[in-house]
Design a protein around this ligand. Structure first.
Ligand code: FAD
Length: 323
């Protein structure tokens, strides 16, 4: 059954987050031979549209307005709702990011649509789109179908593979003008906690530290290690609570969910709440001085040892091996 699908592009600092391209791939599946239109929302963003075609969008809808420069729930939901009214899609897909998590329920409520959030896989079975999503902190997966009205879904970054980038692709760009009014929030300034660095939720390699890292200086060693791989640094809540690092690094049930190809767990016990945020990593390497630590039960490779001894050795060896 061919469907018309809208995919919201997720932009940060004027460039796309990878999940935008993954959402287009998901949109293609949902469209089932129908059309995928990527929605590009912001201020002066139309120049970015070709990249969306390269990753498979059939059309790009640009929605530009000075009120859409930075994300606010009011402005973005007004804009997207107007696009939905104009386009009458069968499905709307976006990333399960800070924006998607905030925006999708608002759209679902306004359109009385069924929302499936945090999707990790999907398949089209006959007339239905069957979404898979984790439940019980990642201990089980459920399959969901939206049986009536618009299908709304947010997809977890790093789980659905984007299509290969193809620069020969292009398509129609349509400008949608929207009327944004009665804003309750106006962003005056954005002060970033940290600049640069690799985005934790999209990182291919994550170097995470726990209470076993022992100090803020210990975390500096993790940053040094992460630099070798171009990796992002994450943490357990134990490490955040102990003030070795910022809470923005927390991975787990109440922190970020990561699904990298390679996850290093340094001095992390492997509590269920932590595992909920990283168990879908493709390869897990754990270093812990306690051979009974729970983290070893999910690790692909385990090193039993004191971080004070093991980390300098790993640093030395990987510096030699990784260019
Ligand atoms: P610990 O459990 O103290 O483990 C430290 C580990 O380091 C131990 O295994 C120890 O053997 C090892 N170690 C110590 N010294 C060394 C050394 N020198 N060399 C090598 N290894 C060493 N936690 C999260 O991480 N994320 C969450 O999102 C989260 N959400 C929560 C939500 C709720 C509602 C609750 C109740 C808890 C939540 N927690 C979360 C907390 C979670 O239960 C654990 O307390 C936390 O994950 C423990 O962090 P940790 O493994 O760093 O510390």
């Amino acid at each position: 059954m061919a469907r018309k699908v809208l995919v919201l592009a997720d932009i940060r600092d004027n460039s796309f987050r990878n999940v935008s391209f993954e959402a287009i791939a998901a949109g293609k599946q949902v469209a089932d031979g129908g059309e995928v239109a990527a929605v590009l929302v912001g201020e002066n963003v139309s120049g970015l549209s070709s990249e969306l075609f390269y990753y498979g969008a059939d059309r790009v809808l640009t929605v530009e307005n000075s009120s859409l420069k930075d994300y606010t729930p009011d402005a973005y939901s007004q804009a997207l709702l107007q696009v939905i009214d104009e386009e009458s899609p069968d499905a709307v897909i976006m990333g399960h990011t800070a924006i998607g998590k905030d925006l999708a329920p608002r759209i679902a409520m306004k359109k009385q649509a069924g929302l499936v959030s945090d999707v990790t896989a999907l398949e089209v079975v006959g007339e239905e789109v069957v979404f898979t999503r984790p439940i019980y902190a990642g201990k089980a997966f459920e399959k969901k179908v939206v049986s009536d009205g618009i299908i709304l879904a947010t997809i977890r970054p790093n789980n659905i593979t984007a299509l290969d980038r193809d620069e020969s692709l292009s398509g129609e760009v349509k400008t949608v003008s929207v009327d944004i009014k009665d804003l309750r929030t106006i962003i005056k300034d954005i002060v970033r906690k940290s600049s640069g660095g690799v985005d934790l939720s999209e990182a291919k390699v994550v170097v995470a530290g726990g209470r076993g890292v022992k100090s803020e200086e210990g975390f500096n060693k993790l940053y040094e290690f992460a630099d070798i791989f171009g990796a992002a640094v994450g943490a357990s809540r134990g490490a955040c609570d102990a003030e070795y690092c910022d809470y923005s690094l927390q991975i787990g049930q109440t922190g970020k969910v990561v699904t990298p190809d390679l996850y290093f767990a340094f001095g992390i016990s492997g509590a269920i709440q932590h595992v909920a945020g990283m168990s879908n990593s493709k390869c897990i390497v754990a270093v812990n001085k306690d051979p009974e630590a729970t983290i070893f039960s999910i690790a692909d490779y385990g090193i039993v040892g004191d971080l004070a001894e093991v980390l300098p050795l790993l640093l030395e060896e990987f510096k030699k091996e990784v260019v």
